[in-house]
Design a protein around this ligand. Structure first.
Ligand code: TRP
Length: 370
């Protein structure tokens, strides 16, 4: 075996051991439940965010927004990111970016995120965060980047003629989103787990390669905070999603809500039951009413019984409109003051920049770049 061969083999072995170790870590220690968090909420820093591609909907609300507000109110330190650079991973141009960004902030504030307690910012406004991408990219192999199942899935569903370099590297950029502020917790859905694994790998490899002089590590290894929220279905029985046109926007008014729900798909059986596998469309509607009324879906279905789809839709519409009335009133008030939304982003960026500058200084120091 030549020296080069051996080096290659060693590298492959190390990579494999590395990957195995990372997998074991992810399953063994990286997932935290809400109960673990209750022990000491103030000891955690959470980073989470969204791409500004359009208005948030009820799926976002019950899936993540409500939980973010709960975390904030528990005393967890929250960083909420508007991932504007990430919009151009799967499309050529970011359409109406400023408008979508402001509206995302609007949805956040209406849902109850408080800019006094949560840092709300756009990552394009934080140069030092973006600069972390350079050393971080050196820590992952092209093979690893192209194995990412979420990226593969996005490429398969992309309408772009060519796959850009950003599509393969944005999970590393996302690692910078998380690590710049040394967040230890990231609330995620299943599809984001591979990205969190990238962030954990980057943190571990960076710490191994560039320890502080006293041996201490620069980055904590972030953990996933898995949500136990049930997945909300859209009006066609598929996952509620802005790109599928099956969503009820958070900011929809009561008439619009009623119209959307009236058009929802149901089935021919008159008796209403809660059976998510057998009757996804009907059960999706039942679940939505249940979430709004804070009751069990079985109880809602039982109550409607032989009332059929028309009664079900009436119940869902009333429940949604009633539950979201205060949020929507707040949203309408906030929407009238665009200057305030921009001010929230400015203040968030200022705070995020101070933290990112300090982290980048630390990174450059351990790398010997000073
Ligand atoms: N990828 C996330 C989404 O599409 C948005 C995001 C960007 C994010 N950076 C992040 C989420 C960092 C959590 C942590 O919704």
């Amino acid at each position: 075996m030549t020296t080069t061969d051996r080096a290659t083999t060693d590298r492959a072995t190390t990579d494999r051991a590395d990957a195995d170790r990372a997998d074991a870590e992810l399953t063994a220690t990286s997932v935290l439940t809400a109960a673990d968090l209750n022990a000491d909420p103030g000891a955690h820093r959470v980073l989470t965010g969204d791409r500004p591609t359009g208005p948030l909907h009820l799926g976002h609300y019950f899936g993540t927004l409500q939980n973010r507000v709960r975390l904030q109110d528990q005393g967890v330190e929250m960083f909420v990111l508007v991932a504007d650079y990430q919009v151009i991973t799967d499309r050529d141009v970011a359409d109406r970016l400023a408008e979508h960004t402001e509206n995302l902030v609007l949805d956040y504030l209406a849902a109850g995120l408080d800019p006094e307690r949560a840092t709300i910012f756009a990552h394009s406004a934080v140069p030092a965060l973006n600069q972390l991408l350079l050393p971080f990219l050196s820590l992952v192999s092209v093979a690893e980047l192209s194995r990412n199942p979420t990226v593969k899935d996005e490429i398969a569903h992309s309408s772009q003629a060519a796959v850009s370099g950003l599509m393969f590297t944005y999970p590393v950029h996302q690692a910078a989103d998380i690590l710049f502020c040394k967040a230890d917790l990231v609330p995620v859905g299943q599809d984001q787990l591979p990205h969190l694994e990238v962030a954990r790998t980057v943190a571990r490899r960076f710490n191994e390669r560039y320890p502080h002089a006293d041996g201490s590590a620069v980055f904590p290894r972030p953990r996933a905070l898995l949500s136990d929220a049930p997945m909300l279905l859209g009006t066609d029985g598929g996952k509620m999603s802005k790109s599928r046109g099956n969503a009820i926007p958070l900011g929809a008014d009561e008439d619009e809500t009623s119209r959307i729900i009236r058009g929802a798909k149901t089935d021919a059986e008159r008796r209403i039951t809660y059976d998510p596998t057998g009757r996804p469309e009907v059960s999706g509607l039942v679940l939505l009413a249940a979430l709004c009324q804070d009751r069990l879906p079985e109880a809602i279905a039982e109550e409607i019984g032989d009332g059929g789809a028309a009664a079900l839709k009436r119940t869902v519409t009333e429940s949604v409109n009633e539950y979201f009335r205060p949020l929507r009133a707040r949203r309408a008030e906030l929407a009238a003051d665009r200057g305030h939304l921009r001010q929230v982003l400015r203040a968030g960026a200022e705070r995020a920049n101070a933290i990112a500058d300090a982290t980048l200084a630390e990174v450059r120091e351990v790398m010997g770049a000073v």
